[in-house]
Write a protein that binds this ligand. Structure first.
Ligand code: MN
Length: 271
């Protein structure tokens, strides 16, 4: 699938993994200057002049309000106020909703129940939205790239805009490094691609929950683990400033403790 971001849109607020945390998303949007009203079951948003949102993916699963977060992203995307790339969880939910995957995982089953609790037609609209999410987006004439788990090959970015992504490149953008590419402990996971990154485009990504946003070379990791009781973070572009709001609760238990960024950076330097 081709990226659909417009090249000239360069005043963006890039939002990390939301995972169904609607309250925190609303709070973060308020902190960024977005006015939100609920009208007839939908969201009507007034962004600050000239700005738009861009989600790094993983809108869904694990959190308390997957359907409402989808509704927000879908309303804003339809109004031309937001962009979104696909995360591994968005893909997983799409597979469950279209019967390609078992709904057995508890967070997945909970999301499907939440969607089925919405008025008629919403589930079909959500499927259409999830199916249309690109693996990555480029903005500002290629100076900003957004992908859920990152982009390994910066030189490939411009090539990819000439054609569809290979299955391998799409898998990397959604899932990141395969287990075989991790070190022997696999914890903390190192964003090896970011350590090796030498591209000119700033790459903003999420996927791996961190205690703080992490800048490494020309990349910014902004998943600060909201659904695990951390924070929801946005990166303002071109300002390169981050804004975070704390989680109101621990909605899901992380399988491993958040990476300590100093340790992560030290390990990546050694790598
Ligand atoms: Mn995630």
């Amino acid at each position: 699938m081709l990226p659909t971001g417009t090249a000239d849109q360069c005043f963006l607020d890039v939002v990390g993994d939301v995972h169904g945390c609607l309250d925190e998303l609303l709070q973060l949007m308020a902190a960024l200057g977005y006015r939100v009203e609920r009208l007839a079951g939908n969201y009507a948003v007034v962004p600050p002049p000239g700005r738009k949102l861009a989600f790094v993916g993983d809108l869904v699963n694990r959190g308390p309000a997957t359907a409402q977060v989808l509704r927000m992203a879908m309303s804003m995307a339809a109004a031309g106020q937001a962009f979104c790339v696909a995360g591994n969880h968005d893909e997983k939910l799409l597979r469950a909703l279209t019967g390609q995957d078992a709904e057995s995982a508890p967070d997945l089953a909970q999301s499907v129940v939440q969607l089925d609790g919405e008025p008629d037609g919403f589930r079909a609209q959500a499927v259409e939205f999830l199916r249309g999410l690109p693996a990555f987006l480029l903005f500002d004439g290629g100076r900003l790239a957004i992908a859920h788990a990152g982009i390994k090959d910066p030189a490939g970015i411009l090539e990819w805009t000439q054609g569809s992504l290979s299955a391998e490149a799409r898998a990397f953008a959604l899932h990141g490094e395969a287990a075989g590419e991790l070190d022997e402990t696999a914890a903390p996971r190192r964003p090896r691609w970011a350590a090796d990154y030498r591209g000119k485009a700033l790459v903003v990504y999420g996927h791996t929950p961190l205690a703080e946003p992490l800048w490494l070379n020309n990349t910014a990791a902004i998943d600060t683990g909201c659904v695990y009781g951390g924070r929801l973070t946005a990166l303002r572009y071109p300002e390169r400033a981050t804004v975070s709001v704390p989680a109101k609760a621990v909605y899901s238990r992380s399988r491993r403790p958040f990476q300590v960024n100093a340790l992560l950076a030290a390990q990546t330097e050694k790598a």
